[in-house]
Design a protein around this ligand. Structure first.
Ligand code: AP5
Ligand code: MG
Length: 214
């Protein structure tokens, strides 16, 4: 199954993608994670996108589409995937339909107040990518990743100023995709509030309904 996880910053796309990827045995492809890895390893792409990401702006479509096109060519993506954070513009959605059409788009809805709470409390393991929250999903040992022992840190774009820019980019460039996919009968909307297991059960029900309908 080929799925896109859509939603504003902090909606829980990464958290739910990790759960769905493990349970459904599908690769979790996050463009944000791919860009952050490129920045960390100081590749040519990383140098181009470092400041754009830290400011909270969108990376240009040509770079993003080329990145996803290349990633979807890997063997693990032949039977399905979960795309997290892509597409984010109509041009990206059109490109995806040409390269490898999506089966289902899951839109996670959350209120702005919850977004701010989630992003300002988020901590990330830069070594293995595991996502934590200081209140809702704290690590067992403060500041250390349960999975690999790495030192947890905040994302540079989780500063308040960058969050504002990201939310604006979402409203102006990404939110129109809800109607775009809706008109193609590919969209399900899910309430993204509540504990991860509750959100996951809503997601699971939506997938079951989708399979029954086709
Ligand atoms: P990206 O990494 O995709 O960031 P984003 O879309 O802003 O989304 P986030 O990763 O911030 O949130 P999320 O929905 O994954 O939430 P999470 O699960 O972490 O993109 C970063 C940047 O890269 C962009 O700004 C842009 O510059 C560039 N980029 C990426 N893709 C691009 C594209 N296609 N085109 C152009 N540019 C692109 O959860 C957030 C927090 O909440 C965590 O602390 C988590 O523990 C907690 N949490 C999550 N769910 C729950 C829950 N159910 N209950 C309690 N706590 C929860
Ligand atoms: Mg994410």
């Amino acid at each position: 199954m080929k799925m896109v996880f859509l939603g504003p910053p902090g909606a829980g796309k990464g958290t739910l993608s990790d759960m769905a990827s493990a349970r459904l045995n599908l690769p979790h492809i996050s463009t944000g994670d791919l860009f952050r890895a490129a920045v960390k390893h100081e590749t040519e792409l990383g140098k181009k996108v470092k400041d754009i990401i830290a400011l909270g702006q969108l990376v240009p479509d040509d770079l993003t589409i080329a990145l996803v096109r290349e990633r979807l060519n890997h063997g693990d993506a032949s039977k399905g995937w979960i795309l997290d954070g892509f597409p984010r513009t109509t041009a990206q959605a059109e490109a995806l339909q040409e390269v490898d059409p999506v089966d289902l788009v899951v839109d996670f809805e959350v209120q702005d107040s919850l977004i701010l709470f989630r992003l300002t409390g988020r901590r990330l393991c830069p070594q293995c990518g595991k996502i934590y929250h200081l209140v809702t999903m704290p690590p067992a040992k403060e500041g250390l990743c349960d999975h690999c022992g790495g030192s947890l840190s905040s994302r540079p774009d989780d500063r308040e100023e960058a969050i504002r820019v990201r939310l604006l980019a979402y409203r102006e460039q990404t939110e129109p995709l809800i109607a775009w996919y809706g008109s193609r009968d590919l969209l399900v909307t899910i309430d993204g509030s509540g504990a991860p297991d509750l959100v996951y059960s809503r997601f699971e029900s939506a997938v079951i309904r989708y399979r029954q309908d086709r």
